[in-house]
Design a protein around this ligand. Structure first.
Ligand SMILES: [Zn+2]
Length: 374
């Protein structure tokens, strides 16, 4: 046996032991009791993040993923990917690393989704008069129906100024229903795009839902070629521009949280890229450490769930399974935490490569009211 193989097996043994320690700590963490919320704002914040903790489970059903492949124009998408691969000048990411096939696929999906598939709705128009949304008055909001297979969160009610027809805009959460309706605001866009992403990239693909406290959501996916999580905003068809919100839209933010199959992570340092755009976290919650403790507890639960559900439940080889847990989750999570800690000292990132200023989806008044007009 060579010295090299010896070192490799020693390294694997150490990593297996480390992985086991992380697993056992998670067992303890999952059982530990968390204190009650300190304030009403903490409670409301927690309701949000606890509600999102397992959101990526909504993009898993084999039948739903088949529906995606039956609905989207795969021939068009793959031909677009081929064209992108041939444009040699666009083959690298901004950090100079060659993009892989998966990255081209995501770029093409973003383009297809925005330009051929989904429609933005700020205010719906009257289907009789088709006079545009200026001809429609908002008249209130209704709760979801009792029988609610489309997972409607609320119904926005409008009335046409010309023919008095009442218009409902149900805010739908079910990603498969959205494959049919193909319209909405960022919540609908992201929900539907996440399902498409999982269907096209494959069941094992790392996909992430990103939630911002100041009313926006977007996505990320784990790029094997770039070895990192990559920002994507389906509403704007923007790829790998985490400074989009602060520097391009001029959006002020407090919390940005990412949720994937195996962990939840505070991504505020990645997306709040300028000091002037930072809203102190204490403006939104009374006890930041408490929120972090709850996130930790959620992550203990998620790690165990991932281990039992995703890492070959039929195998009895514990060392192999722990190594797999290390490579698929612990290593990536640790690396990401390190990078985020490193970015705390950073003041401003280089300016966005996107030349437009301000948000592209939504009308001028709407984006201005949200402080996202650049
Ligand atoms: Zn009308």
């Amino acid at each position: 046996m060579s010295v090299k193989t010896d070192y490799k097996s020693l390294a694997n043994r150490l990593l297996t032991i480390y992985s086991k320690q992380v697993f056992q700590k998670s067992m303890k963490g999952a059982k530990a009791k968390v204190a009650r919320p300190y304030s009403e704002s903490d409670r409301r914040f927690l309701l949000n993040i606890i509600g999102l903790a397992n959101i990526t489970d909504s993009y898993k059903e084999a039948g739903d993923l088949d529906k995606v492949l039956d609905t989207i124009d795969l021939a068009k998408i793959y031909s677009g990917v081929e064209k992108r691969e041939q444009e040699s000048d666009k083959k690298k990411s901004k950090d100079g690393i060659e993009l892989g096939y998966e990255d081209f696929l995501v770029l093409e999906l973003l383009h297809y989704f925005k330009h051929d598939f989904f429609k933005w709705i700020t205010i719906p128009e009257c289907s009789n008069c088709k006079n545009g949304s200026e001809n429609v008055d908002s008249i209130g909001i209704e709760g979801p129906p009792i029988n609610n297979p489309d997972e409607i969160t609320r119904i926005e009610k409008y009335r046409c100024k010309t023919c008095q027809k009442s218009i409902d805009f149900p805010r739908i959460n079910s990603p498969t229903k959205l494959l049919q309706t193909r319209e909405g605001r960022c919540g609908e866009w992201v929900n539907c795009f996440m399902l498409i992403l999982r269907a096209v990239l494959g069941a094992d693909a790392g996909i992430r839902y990103v939630w911002n406290f100041e009313d926006h959501v977007w996505c990320e996916y784990y790029s094997s070629a770039l070895s990192r999580w990559v920002h994507i905003d389906p509403c704007e068809a923007v790829f790998d521009e985490p400074n989009l919100y602060c520097e391009n839209w001029g959006k002020k933010m407090s919390w940005v949280i990412g949720i994937n199959d195996s962990y939840m992570i505070d991504l505020s340092e990645k997306y709040i890229t300028s000091i002037e755009k930072r809203i102190p976290k204490t403006n939104t919650v009374s006890n930041v450490q408490y929120i972090k403790d709850v996130l930790h507890k959620i992550n203990c639960d998620k790690l165990l769930k991932y281990y039992f559900e995703y890492i070959d439940p039929t195998s009895s080889n514990e060392s192999e399974k722990l190594m797999s847990l290390y490579n698929k989750v612990i290593l990536i999570h640790n690396r990401e935490k390190l990078e985020l800690n490193g970015s705390k000292s950073r003041i401003d990132m280089p300016s966005s490569t996107i030349t437009t200023k301000g948000r592209q989806t939504g009308g001028t008044e709407w984006t201005k009211a949200r402080g996202e007009d650049g």
